[in-house]
Write a protein that binds this ligand. Structure first.
Ligand SMILES: Nc1ncnc2c1ncn2[C@@H]1O[C@H](COP(=O)(O)OP(=O)(O)O)[C@@H](O)[C@H]1O
Ligand SMILES: [Mg+2]
Length: 352
């Protein structure tokens, strides 16, 4: 099922938690709602489920407007961060529960619950109580319970944040697999950009209740809409050097050479800008346009990363392992076309 929101807004008194959000979410996809804590992800999810009435705007499931439909009529499956399993019920009873509420006959509900337990790989533990399960297993039960009603929409609010690092990566892949197998349109809330990028078909990145960009993870990385997106996505984070626009390039503060761009750009001479570069977009070269002093060089996995001081600012670059750079070396740097951007210093708006 496709989901569309139109100027969707939620206000709590003076706080606007979600602000005039308009977007269309393709059917059958896994969509990550991403952003820092407090940006409105949970509020957005709860408006989709109907738990939280919206203040303004509209929600459509396919062509039907559901803004005023109560949660039980929206046919959505919800999974919370703390799983919220019923402690006194067994795994099987937990998964069956939503069907019991819907008065599905006993035999059918057991059959459907068992099928779902199998899909989430929890079928060996049907007789256990939640406290006899690990965090990852409890999460599987919560997902099975959400899916057993055949919901049109699956909503997961930071479902992995209580798990340890290794299990989190494992469950991430499991959620991806379960989503593919069930084909249900899924919203997955997280504040972890790496998690969002690895799991989702699309990412919606939010800041203070406002959507910043909605696209494939790769597009957010390669073509960020603004400085906030460029900064939020990617690890190590994007380099940001402040400077002034001059002669179709940037004069970084504390230096006097111009880092020229390869294409003509219309920016007013003298504009304060942020010259941003991905660490892999930098090429070390003797006659490089930008000079800096190496502060530190270290291994990051199989790659060598160097911290470089330019004027009074610092940046990071990947260098070839066979290129020997040491502390205090003065190096030159050139920039590739891809992974290099110029933003307005004040507004964060992207020029290039
Ligand atoms: N019940 C509430 N009453 C007042 N303000 C709230 C309430 N719930 C959330 N907020 C505020 O709305 C904003 C968004 O919250 P939330 O959707 O929980 O963010 P996130 O899930 O991205 O961390 C925050 O500023 C939060 O303090
Ligand atoms: Mg939240």
């Amino acid at each position: 099922m496709k989901v569309r929101v139109e100027k969707l807004t939620k206000r709590y008194g003076d706080v606007t938690a979600v602000n005039e959000l308009t977007a269309e979410f393709e059917s059958g996809k896994l969509i990550a709602l991403l952003g820092p804590s407090g940006c409105g992800k949970t509020t957005m999810l709860n408006m989709l489920s109907g738990i939280l009435p919206n203040s303004d705007g509209k929600i459509y499931f396919d062509e039907e407007e559901v803004s005023d439909l109560p949660p039980e009529k929206r046919e959505v499956g919800l999974v919370f961060q703390n799983y919220a399993l019923y402690p006194h019920m067994t795994v099987l009873e937990n998964i069956c529960f939503p069907l019991k509420i819907k008065k599905v006959p006993m035999e059918e509900r057991i059959e459907r619950a068992k099928k779902m337990a199998k899909m989430v790989h929890i079928d060996e533990y049907l007789d256990r109580k939640p406290k006899q399960l690990s965090g990852g297993q409890q999460q599987r039960v919560a997902i099975a319970r959400a899916l057993v009603k055949n919901p049109k929409l699956l909503l997961l609010d930071e479902p992995l944040c209580n798990l340890d690092a290794k299990l989190r990566v494992e469950m991430r892949e499991e959620i991806r697999r379960i989503q593919r197998e069930s084909g249900v349109t899924t919203f997955f809330v997280t504040h972890d950009q790496e998690e969002a990028s690895s799991i989702s078909d699309y990412i919606m990145l939010m800041k203070l209740g406002v959507m910043q960009q909605y696209d494939h993870a790769r597009t957010l990385y390669d073509e960020p809409a603004n400085l906030f997106v460029a900064d939020f996505i990617g690890s190590p984070t994007i380099n940001q050097l402040h400077g002034v626009w001059k002669d179709n390039g940037v004069v970084v503060d504390g230096t006097d050479s111009v880092c020229k761009l390869n294409k003509e750009v219309e920016i007013k001479e003298g504009t304060r800008v942020v010259f941003a570069s991905r660490p892999e977009a930098i090429v070390i070269a003797k006659d490089g346009q930008l000079k800096g002093t190496v502060k530190e060089s270290y291994l990051s996995g199989k790659d060598v990363l160097v911290d470089v001081i330019v004027g009074e600012q610092s940046m990071r670059a990947y260098v070839d392992a066979d290129l020997e750079v040491k502390e205090h070396d003065v190096i030159g740097m050139n920039f590739k076309d891809k992974g290099v951007f110029v933003f307005d210093e004040e507004t964060g708006e992207r020029y290039v």
